[in-house]
Ligand binder design. Structure first.
Ligand code: AHQ
Length: 249
């Protein structure tokens, strides 16, 4: 099914045929991006097999905070570009999920608690002195994408969350098994993603299948998801280079 959808898209592109994919074929073409997801990156392979040191975990937490911090900015960019109130009413929840309904609550705060749980100070993360250029560039590219591309393409780019729940489960099991020095309460962020990511992905799939009706719009949605896989991959490339390759050199 997935290969058929992909080869169907390739052959259509080659012949210039513009027949839109049906819903199942479009969803299959989006899911066909799974092999490009960052769960397969060597840094995650090392993490999920218990091979990272405390400093390497700290480096990842501090660098990933920069990505977490831009998520609500990215989602606000989508809101500002989206003309549909019924879409904005649901999408705004993502901002609240990260910013919290009040000071000291929400996902960004939970990530700061993860930082403390791995032995970093909040200021170590907030001041961004541990963030390496490649992480900053990749995360900023995601914000720029959301600000400058049609809102529905930015929605499609968030569909990496189709693949996130499995990774969260593997990550939680790895931390509980190998990184017992991490204060368990610090893992609350990932537990929350186990339900928030599927909820978000379901909404994004509903929007992409409703608003991407021409073949070109569908191909741009798949390309947007491929771009976001590159964003996440690049974040880990830069983190791996700084905290694994250079450290072990
Ligand atoms: O913690 C993550 C998160 O809040 C989001 C928002 C979403 C988006 O809008 O692009 N993507 C995302 C992701 C989060 N965590 C990543 C991880 O590996 O912990 C996975 C990432 C994603 O799959 O897109």
């Amino acid at each position: 099914m997935i290969l058929a959808a992909q080869s169907d898209m390739v052959s259509a592109a080659a012949t210039g045929e513009q027949t839109p994919l049906d819903r199942d074929a479009l969803v299959a073409a989006l899911r066909a991006q799974a092999p490009n997801y960052h769960d397969r990156h060597p840094f995650h392979v090392l993490m999920n097999s218990g091979q990272l040191s405390q400093r390497q975990i700290q480096g990842w937490v501090a660098n990933r905070f920069y990505y977490q911090k831009i998520i609500p900015i990215k989602d606000a960019a989508i809101l500002s570009n989206c003309p549909h109130p019924e879409v904005r009413r649901r999408w705004i929840q993502r901002i609240l999920d990260h910013d919290g309904e009040d000071e000291g609550r929400g996902g960004t705060e939970a990530w700061l608690r993860l930082a403390e749980a791995v032995g970093l100070g909040r200021q170590d993360v907030l001041d961004e002195h541990l963030v390496v250029p490649g992480v900053r560039f990749a995360a900023d590219a995601y914000v720029t994408f959301a600000r400058t591309r049609p809102w529905i393409e930015a929605v499609a780019s968030s569909l990496t969350e189709l693949f996130a729940p499995d990774l969260m489960s593997v990550r939680l099991a790895a931390f509980e098994r190998y990184y017992t020095w991490v204060e368990p309460a610090g893992l609350a962020y990932f537990r929350a993603r186990l339900t928030l990511a599927p909820r978000d992905a379901e909404h994004a799939i509903e929007l992409v299948t409703r608003y991407c009706v021409t073949r070109e719009q569908q191909e741009r949605a798949v390309a947007a998801l491929a771009f976001k896989c590159d964003v996440l991959w690049s974040i880990l490339e830069a983190t791996h280079h700084a905290y694994v390759e250079i450290e072990s050199a």
